[in-house]
Design a protein around this ligand. Sequence first.
Ligand code: MN
Length: 315
Amino acid sequence: MSPSTDPEVLLPREVPLGGPRAMLVRRTLPHRDRVLIGAWCFVDHYGPDDVSATGGMDVAPHPHTGLQTVTWLFEGEVEHRDAQGVHALVRSRELNLMRAGHGTSHSEVSTPDTTILHGAQLWLVSPEATRDMARDFEHHVPEVTPLDGGEAAVFIGTLASVTSPVQVDTPLVGAEVIVEAGASVTLALDATFEHGVLVDRGPVTVDAGRSAPVAAESGSLVYLEPGRTELTLAAGPDEAGRVLLIGGEPFDEEIVMWWNFIGRTHDEIEEFRAEWEAGAERFGRVDGYEGTPQRLPAPALPHVRLKPRGRLRRP
Ligand code: MN
């Protein structure tokens, strides 16, 4: 792929998020045109939602394998319970990173005090070397770093000379960047990484050189291929812009991603599904979730075999 390719704007699709009180999220990854950005393999963006109108988030216990969940809130508060016995409050601008590894399960419920819910849920695919590890949970509160024209909260990797202490399995970056109204922020990029700019509050003009800048609306994800060394984000004249910048070294393994599982083959996914339905030990159990149902049943597998997908576009 030539580094002079125009930035690719991935538009979101609306997806109801689990459970009887399904909340609508805007999903940009996986996308018809792209499966991965580094090891980032899933981007759901939601809100700002008035929870008195939408009911907020109530996702009953459900399983995961072979990935890490990254929860990042702009506003509101979510109660997390998992099979490791972790009971944590997820607050705005605090990183919560849950490793599913061999298998885990968790529930996520917005707290009664939450009036506005606004955030993103992202997944990192675990490489072959770590995907069978034991479940784990990590919490980190990044400092806010002032920038010329805005500020950043770096939660994974290095950006603007700030390095997050959070250990991840492959080279990655993840940060919230705010651009003041009428201003722009310029950031150095690791040229070995591919990047994505998820626009939370826009429009934001994304200029990574080598091609024309793109004005991206809220909810869209701008993909930038490797080889870029600098990124300039510009806000409109009247309102500040806010983005999540994600990126990483291209992830070369092919994966099978279905429902809440990541594996490498159809048969492996089928096994994960069967074990979840059977209440197998792989996923442990979540204590303290008070909603119904007590666990989300897995949907039926499609009638065709799931095919591995990788970083390159499908032909
Ligand atoms: Mn989950």
